[in-house]
Design a protein around this ligand. Structure first.
Ligand SMILES: Nc1ncnc2c1ncn2[C@@H]1O[C@H](COP(=O)(O)OP(=O)(O)OP(=O)(O)O)[C@@H](O)[C@H]1O
Ligand SMILES: [Mg+2]
Length: 227
């Protein structure tokens, strides 16, 4: 089992709402190998996003996990503190494309600022000897936006998130997740807000990412055809 990247065992989760418990996950178990893509389907409200958020450790306070484990690269993530998750895991080993991109971008900074900050942070993290300068980071960000199908990216990069449509914000999140070269990418309905040609492009990008970096992908979708 040493090629297994992620092992979820009997994961059980309750949302505690005003004295009431609502079970959202009930003994979920599966494993994912390095470079493997797993599709997750299920009706609305069955707990798909909750499962993704559990793995990346971004659950709201009212979510409690009475039992189960999430073993990633041999370590149970449920035993890690939020600080350890921030420092070692999130954005570095596990990234997530969120179903609702509205919440993931900061309203007060331009798209380009957020993308280049993220790229700079990655280069620092990867301990690159030769880091890119500001102009190069902008060029990289423009190319990333282009790759996800945003036209006039060299101008649009100077926009604020509120000037982007939902689908465009989704693409910004996708391009950032794609550049992060993490071992595991959780894609939560990444293409629902996009039209079909863009969807095909995004799937293509995800598969390239997988073959280039051996990234494992947990792909959540309503669309069985896509899965
Ligand atoms: N923050 C929260 N507080 C309380 N209940 C929540 C919260 N998030 C999700 N739930 C509940 O947990 C259950 C699973 O929700 P979840 O968002 O994981 O479903 P999903 O499978 O991703 O649905 P969809 O396909 O609509 O995105 C639902 O009953 C939902 O109401
Ligand atoms: Mg969901």
């Amino acid at each position: 089992m040493n090629d297994s990247l992620l092992e979820v065992n009997s994961l059980t989760l309750d949302y505690h709402l005003a004295g009431r418990k609502m079970r959202a996950l009930d003994k979920v178990s599966f494993s994912l190998k390095k470079g493997q893509v797993m599709g997750v389907a299920g009706e609305s409200g069955c707990g798909k996003s909750t499962m993704g958020l559990s793995i990346i450790g971004l659950l709201p306070q009212i979510a409690k996990i009475p039992r189960g484990e999430i073993v990633f690269q041999g370590e149970d993530l449920l035993r890690k503190s939020q600080r350890q998750m921030d420092k070692d895991i999130r954005g570095q080993k596990i990234s997530m494309i969120f179903q609702n991109p509205q919440n993931a971008l900061n309203h007060v900074f331009k798209i380009g600022t957020q993308m280049t900050d993220f790229l700079r942070f990655q280069q620092i993290n990867q301990k690159l000897k030769k880091r890119s300068n500001k102009k190069q980071l902008y060029e990289m960000a423009v190319r990333q936006l282009e790759d996800t199908g945003i036209s006039d990216s060299s101008e649009r990069i100077h926009n604020y998130p509120f000037e982007f449509s939902g689908g465009m914000k989704q693409r910004v999140m996708i391009s950032m997740a794609l550049s992060s070269q993490t071992s595991l990418l959780i894609a939560d309905e990444p293409t629902t807000a996009l039209d079909m040609t863009i969807e095909a492009q995004i799937l293509d990008l995800l598969m390239k990412l997988r073959s280039k970096y051996d990234t494992s992908i947990l792909y959540i979708s309503h669309n069985l055809g896509v899965l």
